[in-house]
Design a protein around this ligand. Structure first.
Ligand SMILES: Cc1cc2nc3c(=O)[nH]c(=O)nc-3n(C[C@H](O)[C@H](O)[C@H](O)COP(=O)(O)OP(=O)(O)OC[C@H]3O[C@@H](n4cnc5c(N)ncnc54)[C@H](O)[C@@H]3O)c2cc1C
Length: 501
């Protein structure tokens, strides 16, 4: 990541000086700011707000209620908990100074990407300063021949792909929302293409991270963008999925992939959930290199038909996509059709035209809003379990039965090729009893996934609501190891407090 040196640290310290501080003691760095009283009685002191303005300029700091509230929640049902102030740094030097300032004054720091998270990750549970990184939106380097790109935190995955359009390359990780790429790193995101191209974990090569005290870390070494490495501990992996609790990601080096020569989509309806999931397993076992294989249950299909003007059967359905040359596509499509028909599929149709393909995927990506529209005024609550693929049929079938038994309105959809699915539950926000049932259902589902050797979250993260399940998932020693890592990097516990651990 060249061109980003000469960082100004707290009180004008250069980055070289920051690096010379004995890690992990951040004390020298903190002292440079003197004291502003930080935060007292649930408020930031005037002097502290002035110091924030001195770093980023007055126009890039806000303490307005509406702005704070807008930054105190994401797309989840978690209650809005606004920060005390929101700041918009313009470059990594400012991020470093902001972190040093907050840390020196004992003020919590909450990184903010685009706020599309589903686990309450941006809620300021202890107040503090929300650092909105959207103004840092440059593509810093593009290495076409090395299949890699370096982006600032405000670049979204759609913006990156728009920029790459004529390059022959693309970045395939695609959560439904147009999230920031560094937010996607922070949550360990994935999406519909993960079955073929992997999740963020497999597609991040290097990260630039401002640590809580302001120090700058390059997780794989400054400027490096190699395909593989056996050099020491995997620091990059540590920050993927860290949910803003270990540092602020200010640049990400990402792996790019060749854009497919041709693409074809198919939809296929089944008489039962079991038949749809069995088809998924059989397609993967037959080594058909499917690029996307998404499951939508009958409730989701009904919602998508209404919301996106589709005309599909209201039945358990697979949306599939294949990438390759024209000849390879024809073979893949034929094999998938045979397999689904062996499993009782009653409707298989395919489309090559870009318009029809985008119509289908737009409908899939709008499924969250389509389901919400089934009950106007209701809120959505999404589960996110992931199990070994062999256990997928039983957990999906059981989940359907549980929904019925509990009298809950829920739609199931998922990235079944990875064993990951979501149950979107609709809740009346004014009905505490229903909310209680939804939370109990979600915990039951999480525990069922754990019992099947799966995880409580395939891609959304732990955030506020799954901390207990994380403990059950990784066990006491796993938890203690995570706590020690956190304490080493963030000894004052100020980086996005209340999340993950
Ligand atoms: C309709 C819809 C569909 C979705 N589908 C998917 C899906 O298919 N797959 C999937 O994985 N997710 C999905 N999501 C969830 C969401 O898009 C992802 O979690 C995404 O990665 C969040 O990115 P963001 O930039 O919005 O992060 P935010 O919501 O702003 O933040 C999320 C967390 O990351 C931290 N963070 C953000 N930026 C940084 C940074 N630069 N440095 C350090 N920490 C940071 C925040 O503090 C917070 O803890 C969906 C969301 C919606 C609304």
């Amino acid at each position: 990541m060249p061109g980003r040196r000469g960082l100004c640290g707290a009180g004008g310290a250069s980055v070289d000086r920051l690096w010379s501080f004995s890690f992990p003691s951040f004390r020298i760095h903190w002292c440079a700011w003197g004291s502003f009283g930080g935060r007292a009685d649930g408020q930031l002191s005037k002097g502290f707000v002035e110091a924030l303005k001195a770093v980023v300029g007055s126009s890039h700091v806000s303490t307005a209620v509406a702005v704070r509230e807008q930054h105190g929640h994401d797309e989840s049902m978690h209650r809005c908990q606004p920060p005390d102030a929101v700041v918009w740094p313009q470059n990594v030097e400012q991020v470093s100074q902001l972190a040093a300032l907050c840390y020196s004054q004992g003020v919590p720091i909450i990184p903010f990407g685009t706020g599309t998270g589903l686990e309450g990750g941006v809620c300021a549970v202890q107040g503090g300063v929300c650092i909105n990184l959207t103004h840092m939106d440059k593509i810093l380097e593009l290495h076409l021949e090395d299949f890699s790109v370096v982006v600032e935190p405000g670049v979204t995955h759609k913006a990156l792909n728009t920029r790459l359009r004529d390059s022959g390359l693309w970045f395939p990780v695609d959560p439904g929302a147009d999230a920031s790429l560094c937010g996607m790193v922070a949550t360990g995101a994935s999406g519909t293409n993960a079955v073929r191209y992997g999740t963020m974990r497999e597609n991040v090569l290097n990260l630039e991270v401002v640590l809580p005290g302001g120090e700058l870390l390059h997780t794989a070494g400054l400027g490096r963008h190699f395909r593989k490495s056996a050099a020491g501990y995997n620091l990059t992996g540590l920050f993927v999925g860290s949910e803003g609790t270990l540092g602020l990601i200010t640049a990400a080096t990402l792996r790019l992939h060749p854009a497919p020569e041709a693409t074809v989509v198919a939809t296929c309806a089944f008489p039962s959930v079991q038949a749809a999931v069995d088809s998924t397993v059989h397609i993967l076992q037959a080594a058909v290199p499917v690029a996307r294989i998404e499951f939508l249950d009958d409730v989701t299909m009904d919602a998508c038909n209404k919301h996106s003007q589709l005309n599909c059967s209201v039945a358990p359905t697979l949306f599939l996509e294949f990438h390759g040359s024209e000849q390879v596509l024809a073979e893949q499509l034929q094999r998938a059709e045979e397999i689904t028909q062996d499993n009782g599929a009653f409707h298989f149709s395919s489309a090559k035209e870009a318009e029809e393909r985008s119509r289908l995927w737009a409908a899939r990506h709008s499924a969250w809003y389509a389901v919400l529209a089934l009950r106007p005024g209701y809120k959505g609550y999404s589960t996110d379990v992931c199990v070994p693929i062999s256990r997928l049929p039983e957990i999906l079938v059981q989940t359907k039965e549980d929904l019925k038994a509990q009298g809950l309105t829920g739609a199931i959809l998922g990235h079944v090729g990875d064993g990951n699915f979501h149950c979107l539950l609709l809740v009346d926000p004014e009905d505490p009893e229903e909310l209680h049932r939804v939370k109990a259902f979600s915990e039951l589902l999480g525990r069922r996934a754990l019992a099947l050797h799966g995880t409580c979250t395939g891609e959304h993260g732990i955030g506020l609501g799954k901390r207990q399940l994380l403990q059950e998932e990784v066990g006491a020693v796993g938890m203690e190891t995570m706590r020690r890592l956190k304490a080493m990097l963030d000894p004052r516990g100020l980086m996005n407090p209340g999340k993950v651990l």
